[in-house]
Design a protein around this ligand. Structure first.
Ligand SMILES: Nc1ncnc2c1ncn2[C@@H]1O[C@H](COP(=O)(O)OP(=O)(O)OP(=O)(O)O)[C@@H](O)[C@H]1O
Length: 456
């Protein structure tokens, strides 16, 4: 019972004369104490008129009744007009979610109460939900009600279940855990462990200045452990990017997990050619060449560079721009044996010499490539006079080494700190060169990369 409760000497809330009885008798000399009491009273009033509103009303009027069912719905999905699936789905085939909506696994009767939305993606919405059985929060991905998304999401369930149970039962490889899956109102719902911010958000919070080298090293090690597991399992993630690497909410400091296996595939079933987000797209995918788990290692290299620089290494506004940046920053081009076989070579290169028998050779016999990258003018001529989209340059330096070594040092570093960091930066350049390697056959595997001094 507190000092403003009517039975504690205060008067009813409806009375405009109401004030706590004790304050009325305070002598002038105790003004300060009275002041602090008034704050307590005010706080208490705020609580009574907000979180304890129902109780307060019931004190004023014992007949007062309240039911949550009569609350207006707080929609979390936009648009929130039900036009498909008997009114359950909006025009985008997304289930219309509102606060406290219950997702139910009808087989086990397990209920997940939606609290808010964590993100949207191609496949649907991800909601933070209360798992009623364990009284803990989880993330539930609610897939759009469309057969293609449903089928692909089943692949995500199957791949993650295998990875979690068969390859990583002890949860040591930084891959998100899947807890449950079920169909609710024709939507496949996948329940995951709840994670925190993604690495893009983290870099953004840091005002795109790049993270400290020790954090970059720590995250690199963890992502490599995940990629080593994927390679062992013969699985390609196909969409590795900072947005798909999330910090853990757990007590462990700076632990991360890889999410979104919605585009993943088995290494022996590489059916799709339009995969990977553009900035993190490997040269072999861009060129339409056969691909393997090595494409994830390319994306990994792009992510490590971005964590250090705060900005993407290859922010191509178009595929033409992307390849142009890769060639400029790496100071070379894809090997001729790839260009000879790839489906899209003519989109980006012109043939300027005969291609000899160049199996695994980087360049033709005379030391020069048989292919030359198209200039912007060549590109326009080949593509119905359409100019290729080119974004602005972020870095003053042109090569990978110059970009990393000349990146501004953090303020207040001692001379010794700078000397030490410059050594680690050289190791970083060498590490990145093994990852953003044009030749997929020469690009490092997770095992090779994990032996590099940058992460050991
Ligand atoms: N386990 C999780 N914990 C917390 N947030 C999550 C979790 N999984 C996903 N999210 C949030 O939801 C967003 C979308 O999730 P996800 O990438 O799996 O969906 P998607 O439809 O496959 O997206 P995309 O279009 O990028 O492929 C993520 O960027 C993240 O912000």
């Amino acid at each position: 019972m507190d000092e403003c409760s009517p039975s504690n000497g205060g008067q009813e809330l409806g009375n405009t004369q109401w004030r706590p009885r004790e304050l009325a008798f305070r002598p002038y000399s105790l003004q300060n104490e009275a002041q602090s009491l008034r704050v307590v009273v005010r706080k208490s009033l705020v609580a009574r008129l907000t979180k304890d509103m129902v109780e307060t009303y019931q004190i004023c009027n014992p007949q007062f009744k309240f039911s949550e069912d009569l609350n207006p719905k707080r929609y979390l999905t936009t648009p929130s007009i039900g036009v498909l699936n008997d009114g359950y789905d909006n025009a985008n085939s997304d289930l219309i979610l509102s606060v406290n909506y219950a997702l139910v696994n009808l087989e086990t009767h397990r209920r997940y109460i939606v609290k808010d939305v964590l993100g949207h993606g191609t496949f649907g919405q991800v909601a933070r939900c209360l798992d009623v059985e364990t009284n803990s929060f989880v993330a539930v991905k609610i897939i759009k009600n469309q057969p293609a998304y449903y089928q692909q999401a089943l692949v995500e369930v199957s791949i993650l279940t295998t990875l979690n149970r068969k390859y990583d039962p002890e949860d040591k490889h930084h891959i998100v855990r899947i807890y449950d899956y079920f169909v609710h109102q024709r939507h496949l719902c996948i329940c995951f462990e709840l994670l925190d911010k993604n690495l893009y958000e983290l870099v953004k919070i840091n005002q795109f200045k790049g993270l400290s080298l020790s954090i970059v090293q720590l995250f690199s090690k963890q992502i490599l452990r995940g990629l080593a597991l994927l390679k062992d399992a013969g699985i390609i993630h196909c969409d590795l990017k900072p947005e798909n690497i999330l910090l853990c909410t757990s007590v462990k400091p700076a632990e991360i997990k890889i999410i979104d296996f919605g585009s993943a595939c088995m290494e022996d079933r590489t059916v799709y050619s339009y995969i990977q987000s553009r900035y993190y797209r490997s040269p072999e995918v861009l060129l339409g060449y056969q691909y393997s788990t090595a494409i994830d290692m390319w994306s990994f290299g792009c992510i490590v560079a971005e964590l250090f620089l705060g900005l993407p290494l290859f922010p191509g506004a178009s595929e033409f721009d992307l390849l142009r940046r890769m060639i400029q920053i790496l100071g070379r081009q894809p090997p001729d044996y790839v260009l000879k076989e790839a489906k899209n070579t003519s989109k980006f290169f012109k043939c300027v010499g005969s291609v000899h028998n160049m199996e695994n050779d980087e360049v033709a016999m005379d030391g020069r490539s048989a292919y030359q990258p198209l200039t912007e003018i060549d590109y326009e001529a080949r593509h119905e006079m359409k100019k290729p989209l080119i974004a602005k340059e972020y870095f003053n330096q042109k090569t990978l080494e110059a970009i990393v070594t000349n990146y501004p040092y953090k303020k207040n570093l001692t001379k010794e700190d700078i000397t030490r960091e410059s050594q680690i930066r050289l190791a970083l350049v060498d590490f990145l060169k093994g990852l953003v390697e044009f030749d997929p056959a020469k690009r490092w595997s997770p095992f090779q990369a994990s032996k590099h001094p940058f992460v050991t």
